[in-house]
Design a protein around this ligand. Structure first.
Ligand code: UDX
Length: 480
């Protein structure tokens, strides 16, 4: 292989949010191991949510000053669009300095082939252009939602957006299967901030040298066709990353509580509902009670992840309380009784991929973040979808209506809907709906496995991506 003859360096810039860090580090680990040492990896990262270098001894890490204030850091869960916009502004100079003074000036390192950065970190395109460095974009969230982002200017001009209450169920013109209520809007205190972010991400991806997406052809054929039409750059669908790579657990920002695995070991096969809403979504106390009562009334055993910061309307008094005693008081007595009887388990953060692969899991109740959606599909677990924002609405529509491997809670969190949906989804005698769903989800799981084998679509795309990277050559060295 030619690439073994000449070593190249890859510069990486992830977006510092859990759902973006995981796939970026998975991808980088895949590229590194596939290159058999021909790629040297330098990860430039913000100080906020920085990855742990000791988990990746093969990579170099360079931290840049992000200059985020405490209130800006807090916006990373409260107003993601505003947070990303600030980050795109504050990182420009530190990132440029780092490239010029710490990377491109190094004379004894292999030449930099290109930069790979998250689509949300759109500022990196202009910096890369100014240094004549090719940039390849990684879209970590779902590809179909990126098609939605690119469609916003047109949809706004034609008056579909902002979506009127009376048109929520209407189809989105030119994006099959989506309803207007599914458009991947990220809520922001100022909606213009979100639309500008979506436009910048789209335009800077159009200006890039290529686009990598975490999906596979047999799952996302339509999204890939639409992406090809929208972005006139080479597209590489090399997912599902987490199945190619061993990096997932080590990129976790929170420590997974392994005790839930011993608890799962004691449960009957397919008998547990796993409930987790990712790293950003948050809810009110009242909604948590709906979740709890839905679980209680469904009479299903559950493993529930309650991340710290998940409850948004904690009073000032409550903020100082011990999390465990606070939750025990907040959660209905009946749910606490189920836990005491061994029918329920609550953790702050779970080893999610291990949980989903566990034989006792029957259903995954998820917010449909793209990583969670892919992880559910790859373990052949049917889903109950409660999307909160952004690509999650698109993903939930595809899970429930296109791939038909789950149901969506269309009216938000209401205990009656939750109870009914869980009973429909879980194992029961003569549950034909579940049996048929299981056939479909196992088919997808099999397709995910096949695409990574020699001759499979992702296997081939990965090879194409490697060839493409090795054909890029900034060969740029800047003298100090
Ligand atoms: C964010 C967005 O919200 C999501 O819509 C987008 O697709 C990616 O970025 P997040 O909300 O955190 O991500 O959801 P998700 O994409 O599902 O990523 C969460 C990751 O954390 C998954 O890889 C999951 O395995 C992991 N996780 C989650 C754990 O390891 N333990 C947990 O308890 C919960």
């Amino acid at each position: 292989m030619d690439q073994q003859l000449q070593r190249r360096r890859l510069v990486i810039f992830p977006c510092p949010l859990q759902g973006h860090i995981n796939p970026m580090l998975q991808l980088v680990s895949i590229l590194h191991s596939h290159s058999k040492g021909a790629l040297s990896i330098t990860i430039v990262h913000a100080q906020f949510n920085s990855p742990n270098p000791s988990n990746y001894p093969d990579f170099n890490f360079l931290s840049i000053t992000d200059g985020l204030s405490q209130s800006e850091i807090e916006s990373s869960t409260k107003d993601v669009s505003a947070f990303l916009t600030i980050l795109n502004r504050k990182c420009v100079e530190p990132f440029r300095d780092c490239l010029v003074n710490k990377i491109l000036s190094q004379k004894h390192e292999p030449p930099v082939a290109c930069l790979i950065s998250d689509a949300t970190m759109h500022f990196t395109q202009l910096v890369a252009d100014s240094l004549q460095l090719p940039r390849i974009v990684l879209r970590t969230s779902s590809p179909m939602s990126f098609v939605g982002f690119a469609a916003f200017p047109d949809l706004r001009q034609k008056g579909y957006v902002p979506v009127r209450e009376s048109e929520l169920e209407a189809p989105v013109p030119e994006i099959p299967h989506l309803k207007l209520k599914d458009l991947p809007v990220i809520k922001s205190y100022n909606s213009e901030v979100f639309f500008q972010l979506a436009a910048d991400m789209t335009n800077q991806t159009k200006a890039s040298s290529g686009l990598i997406v975490n999906t596979f052809e047999s799952l996302d054929k339509l999204a890939l066709e639409l992406l090809n039409k929208t972005f006139a750059v080479p597209i590489f669908a090399v997912g599902p990353f987490h199945k190619f790579s061993s990096a997932s657990s080590s990129s976790s920002l929170m420590t997974p509580d392994q005790t839930c695995i011993s608890w799962l070991n004691k449960q009957a096969p397919s008998s547990v509902v796993y409930v987790s809403f990712g790293s950003i979504a948050s809810i009110s106390k009242a909604k948590l009670v709906e979740i709890a009562m839905g679980l209680v009334n469904s009479e299903q055993s559950f493993l529930l992840v309650l991340r710290s910061g998940f409850i948004i309307d904690k009073s000032d008094d409550d903020k100082d309380k011990n999390e465990e005693s606070y939750l025990t008081k907040l959660l209905p007595q009946k749910l606490n009784e189920m836990i005491m009887r061994g029918r329920g388990c609550i953790v702050k953060w779970a080893p999610q991929q291990e949980v989903l692969a566990h034989p006792s899991i029957g259903v995954f109740w998820t917010h449909c973040g793209w990583n969670s959606t892919l992880e559910g599909i790859c373990e052949g677990v049917p889903m109950l979808c409660w999307p909160c924002f952004g690509d999650q609405m698109v993903n939930a529509r595809f899970v429930s209506q296109v791939w038909r491997v789950g149901y969506q809670l269309e009216n938000g969190l209401q205990r009656g809907d939750i109870e009914r949906s869980l009973k429909r989804l879980m194992v029961q005698e003569n549950n034909k709906e579940r049996e048929e769903m299981m056939v479909r989800v196992k088919d997808l799981k099999e397709m995910a496995e096949l695409c990574q084998k020699e001759g499979g679509s992702s296997f081939q795309s990965l090879q194409n991506l490697m060839d493409y990277i090795f054909s890029r050559n900034s060969d740029l060295k800047i003298a100090n």
